[in-house]
Design a binder for this molecule. Structure first.
Ligand code: COA
Length: 245
């Protein structure tokens, strides 16, 4: 995963950190970035590990889809689900994902963060969905993930107006789970991943599957997952360790 032009990837045994890396274009998501993020997803599907997704040190998470490319896209391009297909793949990654957001997360950049399991941001972050003002809809998650995250009323207000929501409001609305100073962001995200890493990997994977399942799947997914885990050696070892402590 070394030869990327739009990403900088730190690939470790216990986590993969992905930094969006088009600072000149404020990390606007173009086709090359979509392709490279698919490559990262492929690697994380083959060898599941948590992912930390961030925008880098320049104070921008992502300015949305690349408007230079977006302007020329046709109906056939829209039906190829370029961003929504990628974000669904990220949402379905086997292990937990954290979006560590500094500065703006706009349009498709915000939707990219909604596809992650957990969002952390900084005091100078803001979120917005300006798509309708550009004559399109927010087609890659904001019309269904944002209402699930913050409620329908606030989601629709943001989608209809394009208003930029600041970090403190995002925290109150439950869109992010913490707001920190910019210089503390990556440490906070790394510490959270370290904490998550104390859980049994298969329990984490199945917990994520259960939470991501649709309403009709409950509690069947949980029953099947629990049945698998109840017979696992890891569960027995962890519980024995607790009882013998
Ligand atoms: N697509 C393509 N290029 C983008 C972009 C986008 N979504 N967002 C920013 N850029 C480019 C600008 O065109 C500019 O390029 P140039 O230097 O070649 O002229 C460069 O990135 C810097 O942008 P600038 O607006 O000067 O940076 P800023 O730091 O003042 O503001 C933002 C940053 C993110 C607040 C601002 O760029 C912005 O609002 N971007 C558009 C967001 C948007 O509408 N996204 C929705 C897409 S669906």
């Amino acid at each position: 995963m070394m030869n990327f032009t739009t990403l900088a990837v730190d690939d470790r045994d216990d986590r993969v950190t992905v930094r969006l890396n088009r600072p000149d274009k404020r990390n606007a998501i173009d086709q090359a970035m979509v392709d490279e993020l698919h490559t990262v997803c492929g690697e994380l599907e083959r060898r599941p590990r948590p992912m930390l997704l961030t925008g880098g040190a320049d104070g921008v998470f992502a300015a949305g889809a690349d408007i230079g490319q977006l302007r020329d896209r046709t109906s056939a391009d829209a039906l190829r689900a370029i961003n929504s297909g990628l974000f669904n793949r990220i949402r379905a990654l086997p292990m937990p994902t954290i979006a560590a957001i500094d500065g703006p997360a706009l349009g498709g950049g915000a939707e990219l963060s909604y596809a992650c399991d957990i969002r952390l941001c900084t005091t100078r972050s803001f979120f917005g969905q300006p798509e309708a003002r550009l004559g399109i809809i927010a087609g890659a998650g904001a019309t269904w993930r944002l209402p699930a995250l913050v409620g329908e009323s606030l989601a629709k207000e943001l989608l209809f107006t394009g208003r930029r929501m600041a970090a403190d409001e995002a925290l109150r609305a439950g869109l992010v789970s913490d707001v920190v100073e910019p210089e503390a962001l990556l440490d906070r995200a790394d510490a959270l991943l370290t904490d998550i890493g104390k859980a049994a990997p298969m329990a984490l994977r199945l917990t994520k599957l259960a939470v991501n399942s649709g309403g009709d799947a409950h509690p069947h997914v949980e029953l099947a997952a629990q049945a698998l885990l109840f017979d696992s050696e890891e569960k027995h070892d962890r519980m024995t360790k607790f009882l013998n402590r």
